[in-house]
Write a protein that binds this ligand. Structure first.
Ligand code: GAP
Length: 407
């Protein structure tokens, strides 16, 4: 864990929040490569669960909501943790909205979910979706955790990616199983070590106030087996509490007989909620990817990130930075076109080649491309692969397709 934390700081992924003022517990700031990693994860999630489907509607709701939302949702009454002296402490952050007499106490959202429930009617009215369908949101959530700890695992400000999937009551078990599988598939896709993932059925006394069934996906983090993501059956709790319903208009013949009586009737859909913490996803990915081996007689620590997730796809270097003809070639014929094509491409000419490789290995860059003196005559470059150190000689004109094939 210490190695991961120090790599994240040294290589510009994640810094302690407000560090120059002594930090602020439970907050972190993301550097260039951390933002890139986070964006890649969000994009992968959105692509799979929203753009890749026909039944999902995106939302980006306000973080500060009318306090009535949190009264109705049960968070004002029940979103508490015990303090060390046994008192219940509500972990929602309070804030004042407006000035003077007019000021209203509200809260920073502790989950993104409610931003979707309160837009259920808007979504139905705007898009007329047929059951089953879902709403999806990515955004910040805030909890005044009593004891933030374990790097980005338990923070006071973090980010969630959540789906509220609306189904007929009789179908909830089927879709619970369906979403469990979808969640597992995506974890694998982003490079989480699946041998470290455990499915835990959460017992009656331990579930959140809105859930009738919860499965937690726990991960073997370096500090122990802890919750990574969750899957909850929220029943009709939320739509009911916000007094929302839905007119089910599907023709009888396309329906199972058990739900035939609901045709054209107002019903309250039930909700399956797959929820993903981005920060925990990143910690699990880093813990899965961090690898040490022996290279050139020394221990090499590197991130074996999947190329689709890695902050940098390839780094481009001139063999020597004081040879203008190498720099010119590397810049105009290799770096510029690759940057244009892939975006996540960096220029690295610091130190000797060995140092550059070590640095890119730590960032998790799958390919390092070096322009040398032979390049000037044969228009070929050396492409070195992170995991094996193996090198290929590739024609510059084929570089983009070579990389595309591997990512
Ligand atoms: N809407 C349901 C919900 O919020 P949760 O289990 O309380 O459920 C969902 O939170 C996910 O958010 C967790 O599985 C975890 O990945 C992430 N999460 C929760 N609290 C967190 C914290 N303090 N720091 C970082 N991530 C957190």
């Amino acid at each position: 864990m210490e190695k991961i934390v120090s790599l994240c700081k040294r290589r510009g992924f994640i810094f302690q929040g407000s560090e120059i003022y002594g930090g602020l517990a439970g907050t972190f700031d993301w550097g260039h490569f951390g933002v890139a990693l986070k964006n890649n994860i969000k994009q992968s999630w959105w692509k799979k669960f929203v753009d890749g489907r026909r039944d999902m509607y995106g939302v980006d709701a306000a973080i500060i909501m009318n306090p009535k939302v949190w009264e109705a949702s049960g968070h004002v009454a029940g979103f508490s943790d015990p303090t060390p002296d046994g008192k219940q402490f509500n972990v929602m952050f309070k804030t004042q909205v407006g000035a003077g007499e007019e000021a209203v106490t509200s809260y920073l959202r502790p989950e993104t979910a409610q931003g979707m429930f309160v837009n259920f009617k808007n979504t139905v009215d705007a898009f007329h979706p047929k059951l089953p369908f879902g709403m999806a949101q990515i955004g910040k959530a805030f909890r005044n955790e009593i004891a933030p700890r374990d790097f980005i695992f338990r923070q006071r400000e973090f980010e969630q990616m959540e789906i509220e999937y609306f189904v007929r009551k009789s179908d909830w078990e089927k879709y619970f199983e369906y979403w469990k599988d979808e969640m597992l598939l995506w974890m694998e896709e982003i490079g989480i070590d699946m041998s470290k993932v455990h499915e835990i059925e959460v017992g009656d006394g331990d579930r959140a106030h809105y859930s009738s069934r919860t499965v937690d996906f726990e991960f073997d983090f370096p500090f122990g087996q802890k919750e990574l993501f969750g899957l909850a059956y929220r029943t009709d709790f939320d739509l009911k509490t916000h007094k929302l319903d839905y007119v089910d208009e599907v023709p009888t013949e396309s329906r199972g007989s058990s739900t035939a009586d609901a045709v054209g009737k107002k019903i309250i859909p039930h909700v399956i909620e797959p929820t993903f913490g981005i920060d925990r996803a990143i910690l699990a990915i880093l813990a899965s990817a961090y690898t040490e081996d022996q290279k050139d007689g020394e221990v090499r620590g590197y991130l074996k990130l999947k190329p689709n997730i890695a902050p940098v796809i390839c780094a481009v270097s001139p063999l020597l930075k004081n040879k203008p003809e190498l720099v010119e070639y590397a810049n105009t014929k290799v770096f510029a076109p690759l940057k244009e094509e892939f975006g996540r491409v960096i220029w690295d000419d610091n130190g000797n080649i060995g140092k550059r490789y070590r640095r890119q290995d730590e960032i998790g860059t799958p390919f390092c491309i070096v322009v040398d003196f032979d390049t000037l005559t044969d228009d070929s470059v050396t492409v070195r692969y992170r995991d094996t150190g193996a090198q290929d000689r590739i024609k510059v004109e084929n570089l983009a397709s070579y990389i595309k094939e591997k990512i």
